[in-house]
Design a protein around this ligand. Sequence first.
Ligand code: F6P
Length: 504
Amino acid sequence: MTTPLDGLTAHATRLSGTPLPALLASDPQRAQDFALRCGPLYASFARQRYDRAALDALFAIAERADLTGAMQRLLEGDTVNPTEDRPALHSALRGDTAGSAFALAARAQALSAQLRMREMIDALATTDVTDIVSVGIGGSDLGPRLIVDALAQPGARFRVHFISNVDGNAARRVLAGLDPARTAGVVISKTFGTQETLLNGRILRDWLGDDARLYAVSTHAQRVADFGISPERTLPMWDWVGGRYSLWSAVGFPIALALGMDGFESLLEGAATLDAHALHAPLRENIAAWHALTAVWNRNAMHAATQAVLPYDDRLKLLPNYLQQLVMESLGKRVRLDGGALGTETVPVWWGGAGTDTQHSFFQALHQGTQIVPADFIGVIRADHPFAANHAALLANLLAQTEALANGQHSDDPHRCYPGNRPSTLLLLDALTPQALGMLIALYEHSVYLQSVLWGINAFDQFGVELGKQVANSLLPALQGETEATDPVTRALLAEFGVTAHKG
Ligand code: F6P
């Protein structure tokens, strides 16, 4: 089966003998021309293993796939998630960029929820509550957790804590340090049917002992009410927002509690700026399009099996976890939108961690391993702390790693030889403000969507996670000895747990 991406192979073959230093030497304008800026966000693609001719081929594919029209359809609220018959209107949570009637109606709902969030936070600020515990998982946890970890300031009105894992140790550790009388809880679940969240929500509800300090965010008002949380303390969510795209909705309540509502709104403004850029900038000047095309180049022409994300800012150390859900739950698909077979590879494995710590763990493999791993390096120019020497060292390491990976260094001793030619993208923020972080996350969201368009897959469903949930549910009675597991290996494992089915 041939696909529109097959044409890239000829360029990859043509460039196979031209390593990155040679590409840079033969094209002195590359550092400038392969970089783009949108407000506080700068992106350099100069250390990717394509040249101008390969880029022409990539942008021709982008034109044929009508990436501009695809952005329009997303932001206007078209049914971009046909398997669930839904739009994906996370952009309406942060602005009215597209201006369609549907998007404007969604925007009105979002604004009214934001007003309620502000009122709830103001009311809570007049009480003795000092700490907030947020219970949720996946998209109902990772975004708020990332932003709070990145941007919460010491001395803020509320300290915000998170429980996600069904492992009871998660709840035990978080609650151990807190006083129920001075804590409020928020249970976040789009469906309000997620096993982990319901179990942890019950622990939190019982520990608080007072429903007046328990809040919820969900599309399912009835399930929330049945759980025992009153409608006045329930914030809405909608089917037109996907879980992993939901931090901009009331799912971001913990963010608004940690940063203040103004800080939350600045995050939304940043994302809205990127929405406008992704929609209006011509493809060659469009950071989301460059980022998506680069991902496709590395996967389908360079055949990279994994992609690293390496934030050089300790405040962004949770970004790889967040992006693993955003990218791999969205793009981990093996059939086309119409259900037909794909003739091409889709998402690589995303992984990573914060530099400089990770330089002392897995960077050896990045420099000298047998697999080439494309990397997104993320840096922040302004430090926001008084330790200037540390910041200079951090930025020197960031620059050094991207340079060393690309250029390598020859040695006659094979053990001391660095092959180089390892591609990276550098994303720089002027400072880690809520606006800039909102832009960065929106950039990844739109890049993911555009990759899905280029691959012809649905970025907004996640049926792959359902089977494991079903099997876990069916095994609960077996774990309690009430039934016998049908799978012979599971039966043997249950015997190791000391569980045997009760007879008769
Ligand atoms: O892991 C699957 C998933 O459905 C995610 O897509 C979602 O973010 C997460 O579970 C949590 O779902 P909910 O918000 O409904 O509890």
